[in-house]
Design a protein around this ligand. Structure first.
Ligand SMILES: Cc1cc2nc3c(=O)[nH]c(=O)nc-3n(C[C@H](O)[C@H](O)[C@H](O)COP(=O)(O)OP(=O)(O)OC[C@H]3O[C@@H](n4cnc5c(N)ncnc54)[C@H](O)[C@@H]3O)c2cc1C
Ligand code: FES
Length: 279
């Protein structure tokens, strides 16, 4: 944890800001001071974990870490302007200060899939947490098998991490497919929602698949994989719930007998099924 005093945000400086799309920015962040409570650094997290971002006068919001722990000396957040906190964050400049609590939650089982072939299916900004896992795998490429990445965005202007997608596609054993929902001038790639790319992996039911995106995209991706005979425990996805504390105290994210903030946000479909929640 970046700060052992769990409710106290740690002062963090914006080192860089990049526009990813018209409403989404990438923030490169570094702690202002070394922690006086432990030796935690910017890379002390696991792919899939999130932080609580606080902006003075706006509040707090949970945001997934989208860089990889293999990146040292900084961490990154991909933030869409969706409301009070994220809107305030979009108004900040390089050198400004924000508060960070965390990292919180569990992580994608990137250690368990060492030596295996597997795939990622992402929709929209859902590529952000998966990017952390993908770059973690890429940093130790020889330890992992073949990887298929399927990514869908509404329009070409909504594609996030276009440079990363191009870079991953150049790597041996990495198969990248990108689609946008409808034909659009200037787009020569695949069109159709991301589930129209699932033929690329449908027959790979013994492999694991990491799925992240808007609820509707997760719903239909999981349904199609189950229909194709995939085991529930091979489908790994994330649940998004309104959160306040992020540390299992306030009950805002409670579903079934689980707290999404501490037991999740990463769950296998078999775990989600046991919670009896609709996804
Ligand atoms: C684990 C986790 C990881 C996440 N990772 C990311 C990430 O990497 N990047 C990212 O951009 N987002 C991420 N989110 C989503 C983000 O936390 C939410 O969008 C959050 O609400 C943004 O806070 P805000 O204050 O900016 O928006 P809010 O002001 O809370 O508004 C967010 C949305 O909720 C609606 N809303 C607000 N209040 C109400 C109300 N009273 N009734 C009905 N609707 C309301 C708004 O209209 C808006 O559409 C993540 C969420 C979780 C749980
Ligand atoms: S956000 Fe408070 S218990 Fe999960």
């Amino acid at each position: 944890m970046y700060n052992s005093k769990m409710y106290i945000p740690r002062a963090t400086i914006i080192q860089d800001i990049e526009d990813l799309t018209y409403d989404t920015k990438l923030f490169k962040l570094k702690f202002k001071h070394r922690c006086d409570c432990d030796n935690s650094s910017e890379s002390d997290y696991e792919p899939g974990q999130f932080v609580q971002v606080s902006i003075l006068g706006a509040g707090e919001a949970p945001i997934s870490i989208c860089s990889s722990p293999a990146d040292k000396g900084y961490f990154e957040l991909c933030v869409r302007d969706a409301g009070l906190v994220t809107g305030a964050m979009h108004k900040l400049k390089k050198g400004d200060e924000i508060g960070i609590r965390g990292p919180y939650g569990n992580s994608f089982p990137t250690e368990e899939v060492r030596g295996e072939d597997f795939s990622f299916v992402a929709g929209g900004i859902g590529l952000a947490p998966l990017r952390s896992a993908i770059n973690y795998v890429m940093a130790d490429r020889s330890e992992y098998g073949n990887v298929t990445i399927l990514y869908g965005a509404r329009t070409k202007e909504d594609i996030v991490f276009a440079d990363d997608l191009d870079e991953w596609a150049q790597i041996d054993g990495i198969d990248v497919h990108v689609t946008i929902d409808k034909p659009q001038q200037g787009w020569t790639g695949h069109t159709g929602v991301v589930t129209t790319l699932l033929d690329e992996i449908r027959s790979m039911s013994r492999r694991r698949c990491f799925v992240c995106g808007p609820p509707i995209m997760i719903h239909f991706t999981v349904k199609e994989l189950l229909d194709a005979g995939w085991a529930q425990e091979n489908i790994i996805t994330t649940l998004e719930r309104h959160m306040k504390c992020g540390v299992g105290k306030c009950g805002h994210c409670y579903i079934g007998d689980k707290y999404v903030c501490t037991d999740g946000p990463v769950f296998t479909y078999s775990q989600i099924n046991a919670l009896e929640v609709e996804i």
